[in-house]
Design a protein around this ligand. Sequence first.
Ligand code: BV8
Ligand code: ZN
Length: 258
Amino acid sequence: MNTNTSQEMPVRLSELLSRRFERIVVLSGAGMSADSGIPTFRSGSNGLWHEFNPSDLATPEAWEDDKALVWGWYEWRRGLVMAARPNPGHVAIGELQRLHGTSVITQNVDDLHERGGATGVLHLHGSLFAARCDTCGAPHVLGDPPSEIQRQVMPPRCPYCDGYIRPGVVWFGEDLDPEVLDNARERIAACDLLLIVGTSSVVYPAAGLSGYAPNGATIIEINPQPGPSLTDYQWQTTAAIGLPLLLDALNHDQGGEK
Ligand code: BV8
Ligand code: ZN
């Protein structure tokens, strides 16, 4: 495993990328959106909820305990995402998919991959834009988030059963959508290049997905502070810097359009 802290494509990495890849998969985490100004899950600011650990708020227990605090937190995050723009990393992944056919799997609950041009994104942990009734499950379309940040915001009620509307995300202790998880495992099991971008790889089952990559697949991690991992190459750079350079290298070596 190599680790390189340079900001241009390291030679060893460009050598790794010089073969032809037919089935590229991207697996992203919160670091993917850090360059768009979205705080990461474990090392970002938590705003008005600064005394709370995001992992403690993203739980059914917190929701049962204080719906207004949790709903206020998610509405703050939804507002941040709506005001943010996809960064060059999101755009490069959209191009990677257009030119080389790439599956995008994300732990993120934002829509920045889609706004960067990616389609068919698998959201392992749901989405800020998929609210639903906590009682009858009816999908609920949200309007604009509150204009100013409020610490406590009561969630809306379901027009069908008067239940509370909850965020459309997977909380700790909740199961992931089995279809989404199976789909992600299948895509990674068939890949020949896996790009792991901006994740601390501590949350399961997402963190275990890279283990499904077949022997012979090339696994590359892009992260300014990579953790221990079984990759072929750890590139200590950001998503916004690394992914456009990686796209250039693949375009150069794979002859542009597929
Ligand atoms: C499950 C949605 C079966 C919500 C999230 C005890 C009780 C219950 C469960 C467990 C338990 N012990 C273990 C578990 C399993 C648990 C788990 O894994 N816990 C961990 C913490 C030990 N998992 C679950 O509960 C999952 N469900 O297992 O169900 C079950 C059922 C009952 C009981 C047991 C098991 C559900 C997990 C899903 C939780 N929901 N999100 C929301 O967003 O509010 S996870 C949350 O963490 C986010 O989705 C986030 O994406 C994800 C992972 O974090 P990262 O994306 O990696 O973000 P992080 O901040 O950690 O790291 C950022 C990285 O980016 C860093 O490496 C940094 O260096 C890098 N970076 C920074 N800047 C940049 C950058 N990279 C590139 N460019 C940059 N510019
Ligand atoms: Zn309902």
